[in-house]
Write a protein that binds this ligand. Structure first.
Ligand code: PEP
Ligand code: MN
Length: 342
């Protein structure tokens, strides 16, 4: 259910409605839009009739059911788009955002060099994994806490906020101390215990679509985080598994407009993990921006040939600068696009 408050509803009236919802055993998730407050209600279906009575409370315009299984992630539960704020940076706002850096943190020198490359190219966020989900147990598993400390150093030196993956509920508190954005990787998109745990964190979450995950399942995964109290979720399309083997995954570019229609959450694209080969990263990045994505997350490495993980899909610095130049041009085009609302 969702309660739409009247445009002139007072704060006191909003508080009264929230108190009422909670008194009948439901959770209230208010969101302040430009024009009015909308209150999402979550809980089980049994007391629905009681909720209908909120219609008569002062300041309430109407009470509506949300038909989608994801409630808080659904467009109906918000007035406008969610903008995730990381310091001064806005993700999901008018400006296109690029997160860039290596797949893994390999050493201090490698990450610092990557961070300077990311900043020089105009990226607004530095990426780098300290905990790596690897297919083989014999592959490099990440530098763990030592990697997080290096990430912190790169953050201090460049001023770029950082995004890094967390794979385990027991690591969330630690990773949260270092990261500006917590990444949930494709393999953990339905790790419900982990989703609930990052839902309690105070940092935004970058939620990547699983390689076998439908759009609805991705939104249900986001719902876990939102229902646990964390409103700051960024969705990421990173390719899904299909019969095609020429690319590592198949970028489902249609997920961008579909998600934009279904949810108020920001949507970014990871062309690197979709492509698996560096030469396809730029063409896929172009499609992402013109499809309406809010940003990109890209793998960049000072020397991809020497990368410990995902070297084949990592861009060399020069290629990255070239891509960023194009993104600046395309983002201007997108700002001037003509949109006729139906
Ligand atoms: C990564 O970002 O390096 C990563 C492992 O991504 P994904 O979870 O999309 O495979
Ligand atoms: Mn990677």
């Amino acid at each position: 259910m969702v309660i739409i408050m009247k445009k002139n509803a007072t704060e006191k009236q909003v508080d009264h409605v929230i108190g009422w919802i909670e008194s009948v055993g439901y959770q209230a998730h208010p969101s302040q839009g430009v024009e009015r407050t909308i209150i999402g209600i979550v809980g089980d279906d049994r007391g629905k009739a009681q909720l209908k009575a909120t219609e008569h409370l002062p300041g309430v315009e109407k009470v509506m059911p949300i038909l989608k299984p994801y409630k808080l992630a659904s467009r109906e539960s918000r007035d406008g788009d969610t903008i995730v704020r990381v310091g001064d940076l806005e993700i999901g706002g008018p400006d296109f955002v690029v997160m860039a850096g290596p797949c893994s943190i390999e050493s201090e020198a490698q990450l610092l060099e990557s961070a300077y490359i990311a900043r020089k190219g105009g990226a607004q966020v530095l990426r780098g994994g300290a905990y790596k989900p690897r297919t083989s147990p014999y592959s490099f598993q990440g530098m763990e806490e030592e990697g997080l400390k290096i990430l912190k150093k790169a953050r201090e030196k460049t001023g770029l906020p950082v995004v890094t993956e967390v794979m385990n509920t027991t690591d969330v508190d630690l990773v949260e101390q270092y990261a500006d954005i917590l990444q949930i990787g494709a393999r953990n998109v339905q790790n419900f215990a982990l989703l609930k745990k990052v839902g309690q964190a105070r940092k935004p979450v970058l939620l990547k679509r699983g390689m076998m995950c439908t759009i609805e399942e991705l939104l249900m995964a986001a719902e876990y985080i939102l229902a646990a109290g964390n409103d700051n979720v960024i969705l990421c399309e990173r390719g899904i598994r299909t019969f095609e083997t020429a690319t590592r995954n198949t970028l489902d570019i249609s997920a961008v407009p579909v998600l934009k229609e279904l949810t108020h959450l920001p949507v970014i694209v990871d062309p690197s993990h979709a492509a698996g080969h560096w030469q396809y990263v730029k063409p896929l990045a172009r499609t992402a921006i013109v499809a309406g994505a809010d940003g990109l997350i890209i793998e960049v490495h000072p020397e991809p040939a020497k990368a410990i993980s995902d070297g084949a899909q990592s861009l060399k610095p020069e290629k990255f600068y070239e891509l960023m130049e194009e993104m600046r041009i395309l983002s201007e085009v997108m700002k001037n696009r003509i949109e006729v609302r139906q």
